[in-house]
Design a protein around this ligand. Structure first.
Ligand code: COA
Length: 269
């Protein structure tokens, strides 16, 4: 289970920060809209579905408010670009370039992982969603993962499936490759109570280079992280901070990031 650590501050270092921004569909923080760019606001206004709108607002405003905290820039001044397979990175201000982040969202939670000079990936899923775990697994997962699921008691299979699924996705998102890598070309291991690991045919020492974490979060969320590490490096410490959009807004207001309209360039997404 994740333990909130209010002492986590917006400082760069060896630690990895996991930010969790819970929100209620439709119960959105109107004030957060001012932290979006003009283009993001146009997208926001285009949502007909209340839940999708709240999710977009929480993800985009949350990302700006949190990442801006690591620099002196105002949230709207941040500019993002995407890598070849769509992974977003911060292109402005310059001070944010060594920072890496990755985001995942469900209908009620935005999860953002932030690290300094190391690649990271995150995936969050609602494990209460009905899924035929074994047939999904046989279709998409590696033989090793299918065998691991078969060893689980029937009643535990769905939860184990979601752990594998989110860990795999976190790994792909850390690499930033999207689904160009076949899902059965690598395996995550789920040793109960033991260390999580990844084995990848194309990366001989994947298990050394990538450290995996899997957590439960209330209301049946599973949150998985994949963090790049140097060979032989001690596994980085992950510190967790939970904050509502309103709390993030209050902090931005207190530090003078007031929410004036953003400058946009053609390449900002
Ligand atoms: C990014 C991707 C890999 C995950 O998407 P998802 O699970 O549907 O959604 P998540 O909420 O976890 O993540 C979406 C966020 O990831 C980020 N993202 C987008 N492309 C990315 C990439 N190539 N690498 C890393 N992060 C990426 C973005 O911030 C995106 O948020 P945005 O749409 O608000 O900009 C998606 O492109 C995809 O193809 N998913 C397929 C799901 C699947 O089959 N997974 C296999 C798991 S075993």
């Amino acid at each position: 289970m994740l333990i909130d650590d209010p002492a986590v501050a917006w400082t760069a270092g060896d630690e990895v920060h996991l930010w969790l921004v819970p929100f209620e569909p439709g119960g959105e923080a109107k004030g957060a809209e001012r932290f979006l760019t003009a283009r993001e606001r146009v997208r926001l206004d285009g949502f007909r579905n209340v839940g999708a709108r709240s999710q977009f607002l929480a993800a985009r405003a949350g990302r700006r408010l949190i990442l801006a905290g690591y620099t002196n820039a105002s949230p709207q001044a941040l500019q993002f670009r995407r890598g070849d397979a769509g992974k977003p990175f911060a292109s402005r201000p310059e001070a944010l370039r060594p920072l890496s982040f990755n985001l995942s969202h469900t209908t009620k939670l935005v999860a953002l992982v932030v690290a300094w000079k190391r690649r990271v990936g995150i995936d969050v899923e609602l494990a209460s969603r009905e899924v035929d775990a074994m047939s999904f697994a046989r279709r998409f997962l590696s033989q090793r993962e299918v065998a691991a699921l078969e060893r689980e008691a029937r009643s535990a299979r769905r939860a184990a499936f979601y752990r594998i699924w989110t860990l795999k996705e976190a790994y792909l998102k850390a690499l930033g490759v999207g689904l160009s890598v076949p899902l059965d070309s690598f395996s995550v291991s789920l040793a109960p109570g033991g260390r999580l690991g990844v084995e990848d045919d194309g990366v001989p020492d994947a298990d050394q280079l990538w450290r995996l974490f899997c957590y439960e979060y209330p209301s049946n969320h599973v949150v998985s992280l994949c963090i790049e590490a140097a060979r032989g490096e001690v596994t980085p410490v992950v510190r967790v901070r939970r904050a509502s959009l309103q709390e993030l807004e209050r902090r931005a207001d207190a530090t003078g990031a007031t929410g004036s309209p953003a400058l946009e360039t053609g390449s900002t997404r």
